[in-house]
Design a protein around this ligand. Structure first.
Ligand code: FE2
Length: 366
């Protein structure tokens, strides 16, 4: 892509296509301390208060800079690179390619914790790994009670839910969720009934004295791509039918409608929701429901297949951070009489990890 000038107009040229850059688009981007706050990079002027038909009075181009004088008397010098960056119009995160994995994955993406890690380059590497695989494990995280809150808030901000700022995962009497029992939990995504669904779950192992209670992870991206290839009709219906997910407690009823496989505007993978104890398909034609039920059975079979499941034991000090839009998680059953199993969990959203990743990228000039 190139920037070119002609008759006091600025053009960008891409793959032989030449288009004018709107003068107002350039006027909005004037820099310098009278126009942009140095610290926040926020505008010190309101572009909606400027006249709309601003024109360029003078313009010149060098290797690195575009110098413009507008007809309202304002001058600016923009770097060519900053203009080109804006045309790419894709966030850094989307450049990180997802790596599909199944049970043969033998690298558990572990990073050693230290107290300064949140400002170190290793955290940048851990976050890149998180976006590639959908999960990352930190080892030797202090097992102090509630440390998970410090951890989450050191990446970004904790996402509070009606389960509290964080939740304790251990078997307890009269549980309001099967997570708080010693039963096995089949692979599922958390909180499909929330709007929006929490993006990332963090689980911190404090105690694990039992022989069972292994953690399981499944890559929803790998599985749905497999379904798309082998059973396109199943894939299609699961990306089309909006299902009602619900959670009912004494104080609250949470409900959200969504496709089981959600695609983005380019028809690429965006999110999976799977929790077959909480989903209610709408009443549709019998033939359509036949197809839907077959599709749900098939995806359930894949999600529950050993071929796609990682199984490992979280040890005290292990902290697992997983993408709740991409991965399913579960655990094997355990015998609570064997000893304690105590995990603490909480949620954060993508703005936390994206914000931290971009900050570290800037800090280390990567
Ligand atoms: Fe869960």
């Amino acid at each position: 892509m190139k920037i070119k000038l002609s008759d006091n107009k600025v053009f960008f040229e891409n793959n032989g296509l030449k288009k004018e850059i709107h003068p107002f688009w350039l006027r909005e981007r004037v820099n310098g301390e009278n126009f942009v706050d140095k610290g926040t990079q926020q505008r010190l002027f309101d572009p909606t208060e400027l006249k709309g038909n601003i024109e360029i009075k003078n313009v010149s181009l060098s290797d690195r800079y575009l110098k413009v004088t507008f007809d309202d008397g304002v001058k600016t010098e923009l770097t060519i690179q900053s203009i080109l960056n804006e045309f790419s119009n894709i966030s850094d995160i989307k450049f990180i390619e997802k790596i599909k994995w199944d049970s043969s994955l033998n690298n558990l993406n572990s990073f050693e914790f230290n107290n300064n890690i949140f400002e170190e380059k290793i955290m940048y590497e851990a976050l890149i790994s998180f976006y590639k695989y959908g999960f990352v494990i930190f080892k030797n995280v202090p097992t102090e009670n509630n440390f998970i809150v410090n951890f989450a808030n050191s990446i970004g901000s904790i996402r509070r839910t009606n389960f509290g700022e964080f939740f304790n995962v251990k078997s307890k009497p009269n549980p309001n969720d099967l997570a708080y029992t010693s039963l096995s939990l089949a692979p599922h995504t958390d909180n499909p009934y929330r709007n929006p669904v929490p993006c990332i779950q963090i689980l911190h192992c404090i105690e694990n004295e039992v022989s069972g209670g292994n953690s399981t992870l499944v890559d929803g991206y790998t599985v749905t791509e497999k379904l798309k290839k082998d059973h396109p009709d199943y894939f299609k219906i699961l990306t089309e039918i909006k299902v009602r997910y619900q959670f009912i407690d004494q104080d609250v009823i949470l409900e959200d409608w969504s496709e089981m496989i959600k695609l983005d505007e380019n028809q690429n993978f965006k999110q999976v929701r799977f929790s077959p104890r909480l989903d209610f398909v709408p009443l549709m034609d019998k033939e359509k429901l036949d197809l839907y039920y077959d599709a749900r059975n098939k995806i359930s079979e894949l999600y529950n297949s050993e071929k796609y499941r990682l199984e490992f034991k979280l040890m005290p000090g292990d902290l697992l951070m997983m993408d709740n839009y991409r991965l399913l998680h579960g655990r094997t059953s355990y015998d609570a009489n064997e000893g304690n199993r105590f995990l603490q969990g909480c949620y954060i959203d993508y703005d936390s990890t994206e914000g931290k990743l971009k900050h570290l990228k800037r800090k280390f000039n990567i």
